[in-house]
Design a protein around this ligand. Structure first.
Ligand SMILES: Cc1cc2nc3c(=O)[nH]c(=O)nc-3n(C[C@H](O)[C@H](O)[C@H](O)COP(=O)(O)OP(=O)(O)OC[C@H]3O[C@@H](n4cnc5c(N)ncnc54)[C@H](O)[C@@H]3O)c2cc1C
Length: 468
């Protein structure tokens, strides 16, 4: 019997024959995430997919893989934007999709979610209970394990922060098979080093997350979505610091340029509702009272006007709000087929305008257009590098990315604000991480995963793994 056949047999013993997949055709949709052109997966013939149903099964799979030194690639919804879940060596794809128990603890205002619960399922269930999970940090089909493992962000981070701010407890399995229970339904926990926070953002390289306890809130009574058009990008961005200084903290302050907005609207078979303006701020406010929302919208419109904002569009009915929100949410999807890469730069919020100017200079240098949208309130920008611009020149694409990263670094920024490093970003990581920080990260990796079986090549990557 070959090595792969033995692996299949052992995994079937652990999880049951119906939860192990070795057929190449059935495995195809587990080989990639959203970064299909940037990374090549290992052929399906070298991989086995297993779908455990409990932490105990995950534990047995990992203990076996660890003893045999078989690489394991944890997988959630496969919506990641940097190749984190892509299996790049012979080994096991560990899909958490069947771990989808979800319990609402109304007394403590917490949700206890299995790693395979999707964001869409969580939001729907929580809403049904009249409660609110404040962030919306990814695609609806992303899973809780993936969202926690990536410390995903999203547009509502301005007011409510990123995943990390909501995770209060984690159950996770170490490569040795030991099950860790960290935190719980606790709002305060200062008991030693926070291992739980170390797992958030570890992208499947330190442990496999099997369950998370997430903080919930009462649902806001009223929301409004407004779009302020500007003729000039700087005018739009200059509005943001004044808005935040005024004491208003919107749920989201999103930036779109006309090309991104119109491409997304056309993709949805609709029209971008703003006839004038080249740059747009989409601002969402929420409150426990409609009057408060109305007052806040008026104040935002006044501040926008001070900075050259044109007539704002204010959506107060659910339908009006959904139309513009859908257009913003689909910017990525509408560009997706033409994307060579969607970057995720984060700079101090007040430097966002300088970053955009610098990216325009990079675009001029390569004689291309780089559409941009992002989370203006957080200084987190997603420049879209288009295939049509870099057709046939991998080298130019790499150089353009590198030039953008250098500008981000010059402004005190980083190469990823919310998507993570995955297996796509590490080659440029040296611009942002080196010396002691890499040494400490590598030491942490060794403590959690001494055999290096968990998601090899991810986060610190081969580049840094081999750098001393
Ligand atoms: C349309 C669209 C919109 C998006 N919007 C946002 C956004 O606003 N903000 C944002 O931050 N991201 C966004 N994303 C990216 C993506 O949704 C997030 O990165 C999300 O966290 C990925 O979750 P997933 O379950 O799909 O993980 P996967 O892609 O399956 O995996 C991502 C990483 O997590 C690891 N992992 C997965 N599950 C586990 C587990 N149980 N234990 C340990 N490691 C695990 C994987 O090994 C991999 O390294 C968007 C993506 C799309 C396609």
């Amino acid at each position: 019997m070959g090595e792969r056949a033995l692996l299949v047999e052992r995994l079937m013993e652990i999880a049951g024959a119906d939860r192990v997949v070795s057929d190449r055709d059935l495995m195809q949709s587990y080989l990639l995430d959203e970064t299909s052109t940037l990374i090549s997966p290992q052929p399906a013939a070298d991989l086995v997919l297993v779908k455990p149903e409990s932490a105990q099964e995950v534990s047995r799979v990992l203990a076996f893989a660890n003893s045999e030194r078989v690489p394991v690639f944890p997988r959630g919804g496969g919506t990641g934007l940097c190749g984190g879940a892509v299996p790049t060596r012979n080994g096991i794809i560990l899909s958490l999709e069947r771990m989808n128990d979800l319990r609402i603890d109304r007394e403590n205002l917490m949700a206890v979610a299995g790693a395979g619960v999707t964001l869409g399922e969580l939001v729907e269930r929580v809403q049904g209970e009249g409660l609110f999970f404040p962030p919306h940090p990814g695609d609806d089909t992303a899973q809780i394990g993936g969202l926690v493992a990536c410390n995903a962000g999203g547009s509502r981070a301005v007011k409510y922060g990123v995943m990390r701010n909501y995770v209060k407890g984690i159950e996770a399995v170490l490569p040795s098979g030991e099950v860790l229970r960290l935190g719980g339904a606790l709002l305060k926990d200062n008991t030693g080093y926070s291992l739980m926070h170390l797992l958030m953002g570890s992208e499947g390289t330190l442990a496999v997350i099997t369950e998370a306890t997430l903080r919930l809130f009462p649902a806001p009574a009223a929301t409004a979505t407004m779009v302020i058009p500007y003729m000039d990008r700087h005018a739009a961005l200059n509005t943001v610091p004044e808005l935040l200084r005024s004491g208003i903290t919107p749920l989201a302050i999103e930036y779109l340029d006309r090309r991104s907005a119109e491409t997304s609207a056309a993709f949805l078979g609709t029209e971008w509702p703003c006839k004038t303006g080249e740059a747009f701020l989409m601002i969402i406010v929420d409150s426990m009272s409609q009057d408060e929302v109305n007052r806040t919208c008026q104040e935002i419109a006044r501040i926008g006007d001070n900075h050259g904002g044109l007539e704002p569009l204010i959506g107060q009915t659910k339908k009006e709000q959904e139309k513009v929100l859908r257009i913003r949410s689909n910017v990525y999807t509408s560009l997706k087929n033409g994307l060579a890469d969607a970057l995720d730069i984060s700079v101090p919020p007040a430097s966002l305008g300088k970053l955009m100017d610098a990216i325009d200079r990079v675009a001029d240098r390569f004689a291309v257009e780089i559409p941009m949208c992002g989370h203006a309130g957080d200084g987190n920008l997603h420049p879209a590098l288009l295939k049509e611009s870099f057709a046939g020149s991998e080298e130019d694409l790499k150089r353009a990315k590198r030039a953008i990263y250098e500008e981000a670094a010059r402004l005190g920024g980083v190469m990823t604000g919310e998507h993570g490093l995955g297996k796509v970003r590490p080659p440029d990581l040296g611009l942002f991480l080196n010396g002691k920080r890499v040494e400490l990260m590598r030491a942490i990796k060794r403590v959690f995963d001494p055999e290096g079986i968990l998601n090899p090549g991810c986060v610190i990557g081969e580049h840094c793994e081999n750098s001393d």
